[in-house]
Write a protein that binds this ligand. Structure first.
Ligand code: GDP
Length: 526
């Protein structure tokens, strides 16, 4: 196989959803179709149950599982498909955002009963920042859910994206008869069949009598009406628009019944993007470039204190990654090589000799990597578009064991590098403030500091609600602002100044009063 066809073959994506919409079930069904697993139940849910908030063993177990299921690879329809797993729990949303920087497209799962939920909206915002192509799968059609047209309207309004149905449900809930493929004009009949994957698909032109014979008069005329309505309201499907992130094709089905999944997967294989070009601080990098480049989007620490090694997840962006070859770690300006890089199958991992753009490789790391680090074959550039987002909860780390101050410092900064939470250093007194999006992250930090670094601490709430990265075209004005607001200025892990605002109102006032200062809610800005 040529280098180019290796790239063309790859599809790297993530499934995102509000918890309980059916992400795990859908992932499993895709793996079953791909022959990557043999039976349902093989994919462990990486969910942390709400009741387990303070059950650290549960967190540990979850961490173990999420290494194994970080990337799931299978072949289907001539494609090599890499699914990047994302944590469902909202307290680990930052992890999900970062994983989204390493994919080329996304499948968004919606529960037809609940519609667009809070977490869905946030995840879509991140997709839109990067114009990531999105396919929507409306799940649980075997339940009495919302009207499909209302769901489409809700998707458009709440997610600010145009939609275009590709499959359409014939009836719904307990009367679900099947889904009609609007592009192929084929009907797939619904059978309650949780184990087998064969389906009953028949080509039925809408205007043939066969439609009446197969679904009955009422549903046949309803389907004709619906299709006419769809063709009136929605533009015909345009792949370019989808690839540009401007329109989301929509599929209906039921993951638990393996229904409507094959349509989704087949169309995904046809329309979704192969590995795309990526921006660096100096230029755009095409996947087809001969020289290797890639970036680290996730770091997973071994929670066992006797094995302090970490696994850094590398997304290959261009060229061929080879085992044992020296590559340049751009930030450290240092050459590193990896003798045991591995790739992940559905439930195992294996050492690999090489990887291609779109692939994700796990690298053993002894502390060289931070999230966002770039590896190249010599060029000094780094990939952009891997931002931090403003946290929502802020707490100061207070050392409770004076003899372990060093360990605490080291632990806190290493955990920040891994991306467990964000670290801000407040200038007066060098105080450390940790920013998170959820309570659970603080518990993980406290637990890990004690277990892995032998350091104990407590957290003191700080009244900030938002962190804004600040810049100015006039360095003197920026320095003056920092001096005047010194009590509210902190520095992030890369030493960039951040303004910590207590309320939205305070932030607004500061913006109005300081027109020369720019306030950014993510760490990366154009
Ligand atoms: P996740 O949190 O998004 O990973 O959701 P899961 O895949 O764990 O599914 C949440 C619950 O919804 C589980 O109890 C599933 O069995 C159930 N579920 C998933 N798909 C369907 C479906 O198509 N129909 C129905 N009725 N239930 C489903």
């Amino acid at each position: 196989m040529t280098f180019i066809s290796e790239i063309e073959k790859r599809r790297t994506f993530a499934i995102i959803a509000h918890p309980d919409a059916g992400k795990t079930t859908l992932t499993e069904k895709l793996l079953l179709f791909g022959g990557a697993i043999q039976s349902a139940g093989a994919v462990k849910s990486n969910k942390i149950k709400k009741t387990a908030t303070s059950d650290f063993m549960e967190i540990e177990k979850q961490r173990g599982i999420s290494v194994a299921t970080s990337v799931m690879t299978f072949e289907y329809g001539g494609r090599k498909i890499n699914i990047l797993d994302t944590p469902g729990h909202k307290d680990f949303a930052e992890d999900t955002y970062r994983t989204l920087t390493a994919v080329d497209s996304v499948i968004l799962v919606i529960d037809c009963v609940k519609g667009v939920e809070e977490q869905t909206e946030k995840l879509m915002e991140v997709c839109r920042m990067r114009d990531t192509p999105v396919i929507v799968f409306v799940n649980k059609m075997d339940r009495e859910g919302k009207d499909p047209f209302d769901l489409l309207d809700e998707l458009e309004q709440k997610l600010s994206i145009k939609v275009r149905p590709i499959t359409w449900p014939v009836n719904g809930g307990s009367s679900l008869k099947g889904v009609y493929h609007l592009l192929e004009e084929k009907m797939n009949y619904f059978k309650v069949n949780k184990t087998k994957l064969e389906d009953d698909v028949k080509a039925i032109p809408l205007d043939s009598e066969e439609l009446e014979n197969s679904v009955g008069d009422k549903d046949a005329s309803q389907l004709r009406e619906d299709v006419e309505m769809i063709n009136t309201i929605y533009d015909s499907f345009n792949q370019e628009e989808y690839l540009g992130g401007h329109v989301a094709p929509v599929f209906f089905g039921s993951a638990v019944n393996s229904f409507g999944i094959k349509e989704l997967l087949d169309t995904f294989c046809q329309i979704s993007p192969a590995p795309i070009a990526r921006m660096t601080n100096v230029r755009k990098v095409e996947p087809t470039e001969k020289k290797f480049s890639g970036f680290i989007f996730k770091i997973h620490a071994n929670i066992d204190p006797r094995h302090r090694d970490r696994i850094a997840f590398l997304r290959i962006c261009s060229g061929t990654f080879e085992r044992g070859k020296f590559y340049k770690h751009v930030r450290l300006n240092k050459d590193l090589r990896f003798s045991n890089p591995y790739m992940f199958m559905a439930d195992s991992k294996e050492v690999v000799e090489e990887g291609y753009p779109g692939d994700v490789v796990g690298l053993y790391d002894t502390g060289n990597f931070k999230i966002g680090d770039t590896l190249t074959e010599g060029e000094s550039m780094y990939f952009t578009g891997i931002p931090s987002f403003s946290p929502e909860l802020f707490r100061e780390v207070v050392n409770t064991d004076p003899l372990k101050a060093k360990q605490l410092d080291k632990g806190v900064s290493q955990l920040a590098e891994e991306g467990v939470a964000q670290l801000f250093t407040l200038q007066p007194g060098n105080r450390k403030v940790i920013g998170t999006v959820g309570e659970l992250q603080f518990e993980v930090i406290q637990y890990r500091l004690l277990n892995e670094y032998g350091a104990s601490c407590r957290f003191e709430a700080r009244p900030y609600s938002k962190a804004c990265w600040i810049t100015s075209e006039d360095p003197a004005k920026l320095a003056e602002f920092i001096r005047l607001k010194s009590n509210y200025i902190a520095y992030d892990k890369d030493e960039n100044p951040v303004f910590l605002a207590e309320t939205d109102w305070i932030l607004r006032m500061n913006k109005e009063n300081n027109p020369d200062i720019e306030f950014h809610t993510t760490s990366e800005f154009k």
